[in-house]
Ligand binder design. Sequence first.
Ligand code: PLP
Length: 371
Amino acid sequence: MVDLKAQYNRIKSEVDRAIQDVIDNTAFINGPEVGAFANELQNYLGVKHVIPCANGTDALQIAMMALGFKPGDEVITASFTYVATAEVIALLGLKPVLVDVHPDTFNLNVEAVEAAITDKTVAIVPVHLFGQCSDMEPLMALAKKHNLHVIEDTAQAIGSKYTFSDGSSAFAGTMGSIGATSFFPSKNLGCYGDGGALFTNNDEYAASMRVIANHGQRVRYYHDSIGVNSRLDTIQAAILRIKLRHLDQYSAARRRLADAYDEAFGNSGKLVVPFRSPNSSHVFHQYTMLCKGISRDALKEYLEANGVPAMVYYPVPLHMQKAYTDPRYNAGDFPVTEQLCREVISLPMHTEMQEDQLQHIIQTVKAFLNS
Ligand SMILES: *Cc1c(COP(=O)(O)O)cnc(C)c1O
């Protein structure tokens, strides 16, 4: 699905030198690269604060802790997402309130969000799924009207840009109260292990998140609040500094590959290629199609038998997961999500696709469609 080895080979000398420098300096924890990376990412995103942490799941958790949510508070998120989003809500004793997504963008349906708001709602967590921003303008307006926080799950959409109706634009993760992202190796900006970060333009939230990520201590060995231990390793920060310089190129390579897939499958009548939102650029964390009138599972099996990896993100909606079953929710409650779980298939998507590999993928998919 991804080719991290080929990507590494292109920047190997730079990366190897950066890692060796960290080892030579032995500043493994909170070394200078961590702050330098945070500054560089701040400049790239045009956001006031970037707070590195250990992974994307921690980032979501720290955001919700910093905003002071109390057990029983309701947090609205999408039923079609990776589990981490709902997991941290539940872990903090908050109540995950799931809503359905749009059949075109796979992102939060703003009308469904509005219908789910109660007097216990404290936040909305849009997940910018597969690399495209949720519809932030109406979502932010709704949040403002009901005095709710917006925490953007930007794990799949770093570098994606949303354009508002007044012509202004902003990067994914910089529009809500807080944005949370992941540097898991296969994400669009991935390190060589685990990593994550928080984004905010609010000084108070930033200060609070820094304290929470560091055991709740403002001054060493004085703990003002219950925190967590969540740091980005210096080695990972050093690698991310290098990869950030290539992020635009990486996004462009992903987009070129998506264009080629679109061209190959857009008129097949059996596969629906990804929708391109007029309000958001797409950084194609995944290239995800819908199977119409053909068996998704048969296509996946055929591809795999012919040496083409394919994945289903996600096969089971959150409300049908054993850990998240809830008397409030039943099969059929989120028809779009449930349909997506039956129809989606993702093709290999990365920055290093070779022409012969691309042709093999396209021809294999076409052979199945014509069989
Ligand atoms: C990857 C991912 C996360 C979690 O990131 P980790 O760094 O693996 O903890 C959260 N939300 C979404 C949508 C993701 O894709």
